[in-house]
Design a protein around this ligand. Structure first.
Ligand code: IMP
Length: 431
């Protein structure tokens, strides 16, 4: 399928980097369309581990073109650091990376502002990644942001940056934080813009042309369904549309260009930051998942809360996004649990509900209705065929398919590139 979108079906951290890496082997172009350096996509190749925050995960596949689309908010210093870091490890992105001239830029004061806004929320912070994501998208929507094209015009930078910073300084003042000096910010931006200039392009035009000529394009979502600014657990969300609907605004490609949607779902749930998480388990099972799943944020290092698979969230994610197939990750982490619970519905005020409530405090009060499955003790990391999984694991996978009403097309059983089970060879590049 020429144009495929990949997105997370939970609260992010589903293992997207690893699946995108696999799919990228059959792609000509890999594109990020939303989010920013709040993401942390991990790709492991042999003994090498790459954690990518802004660069599409296709960079570690020889021969792919990688595009940072207009919907991404770009921290230029992080991007330059990633480009240099890969260069030092023998991966040269010259001619293999394009940055949209329309992408908005995350500036140092946006990060300070992220912290100030969190402080002003008092005892109800969102638990953001402090990467300046919310303030940068806020500036974009209030038409006060700076885009890549703007920072390439140094003579105009000073005036717009000053107006922007003065507005935000008032909030810093309220949070008791020191003001930002616009002059200092202008110098910093000028330097980094020159480093990015060689990569800047009208990426919408490039992508439309690539689609029209039948190239294989992979659209790499960041975060996940439940963090979507419209459909997630608002306000405990990120500031972009993480679902495939975000692809079109975030790249400039037309809706009819999308052929296939692949959802990525972890075999259990995790969440970092604040907000509803009904299936959270703080007991031994949750500890097992956290330890064996190495559930620490790739961006912030924060420990992720762990819990059981939330079928209410996954089903809604599949329905909202029209998922064609699912990649199920980290099934191996469940090995060794006597019993595995799956949330099939919520209970709220004595009523059984099958969709997440709109009001976050209601979502927080929901209690999960669990189905209990027998566990398995075998190490499954060496399994490469579905039929060779323990019967209990096979049944578990089938029950998730029924809950999501979508076929599982690939199961990952370890972080390394070759540790996966292809189901019927349907996933592009995984046949
Ligand atoms: P922000 O995107 O930094 O504004 O953070 C908003 C919420 O999204 C917080 O709960 C973060 O922990 C969460 N979040 C943002 N990016 C990711 C991610 O890549 N994985 C998991 N959670 C994320």
């Amino acid at each position: 399928m020429p144009v495929t979108a990949v997105f997370g079906m939970q609260w992010g951290d589903e293992g997207k980097g690893r699946v995108v890496d696999l799919l990228a082997s059959a792609s000509d172009i890999v594109v990020r369309f939303q989010g920013g350096a709040n993401a942390g996509h991990t790709v492991i190749v042999g003994d090498e581990k790459y954690v990518l925050h802004l660069l599409p995960s296709g960079v570690v596949q020889d021969g792919t073109l990688n595009v940072v689309g207009n919907g991404v908010v770009v921290d230029p210093w992080t991007l330059v650091r990633e480009i240099d870091g890969l260069q030092a490890r023998g991966i040269d992105l010259t001619g293999r990376l394009l940055l949209s001239d329309r992408a908005h830029v995350v500036l140092p004061h946006h990060k300070r502002m992220d912290e100030a806004l969190e402080a002003l929320r008092g005892d109800r912070p969102l638990g953001t990644t402090s990467r300046g994501i919310g303030p940068t998208y806020a500036d974009k929507v209030r038409r006060a942001g700076m885009r890549v094209a703007d920072i390439l015009h140094p003579s105009d930078v000073a005036a717009s940056l000053e107006a922007n910073i003065v507005a935000w300084n008032a909030i810093l003042d309220r949070a008791g934080m020191p003001a930002i000096d616009p002059a200092e910010a202008v110098d910093q931006v000028g330097e980094v813009a020159e480093r990015l200039r060689p990569y800047v392009a009208d990426t919408a035009d490039v992508l439309i042309e690539a689609w029209q000529s039948g190239r294989n394009i992979l659209l790499e979502g960041a975060q996940g369904f439940a963090l979507d600014v419209d459909h997630g657990s608002y306000p405990y969300v990120t500031s972009s549309n993480t679902i495939p609907a975000g692809v079109f605004a975030g790249t400039g490609m037309p809706p009819k260009s999308l052929d296939r949607v692949v959802g990525i779902v972890k075999a259990y749930s995790t969440r970092v930051g604040a907000g509803p998480f009904p299936t959270r388990d703080t007991g031994p099972a949750g500890q097992h998942l956290g330890k064996l799943g190495n559930e620490f944020g790739a961006t912030t290092g924060r420990r992720r809360d762990c819990g059981w698979f939330d079928g209410v969230v996954a089903r809604r994610a599949a329905r909202t996004s029209g998922v064609d197939g699912v990649a199920l990750t980290k099934l191996d982490v469940l090995s060794g649990l006597d019993e595995i619970q799956v949330c099939v519905a919520y209970e709220l005020d004595g009523e059984r509900i099958s969709a997440p409530p709109a009001y976050a405090p209601d979502w927080e009060r929901c209690t999960p209705v669990y189905e209990v499955h027998p566990g398995w003790s075998e190490d499954i990391s060496g399994v490469r065929r579905f039929e060779d999984l323990p019967v209990a694991a096979q049944r578990y996978v089938r029950s998730l398919e029924a809950l999501m009403d979508a076929p599982v097309e690939m199961i990952s059983v370890g972080p390394q590139r070759d540790r996966f089970i292809a189901m019927g060879g349907r996933l592009v590049g995984v046949s």
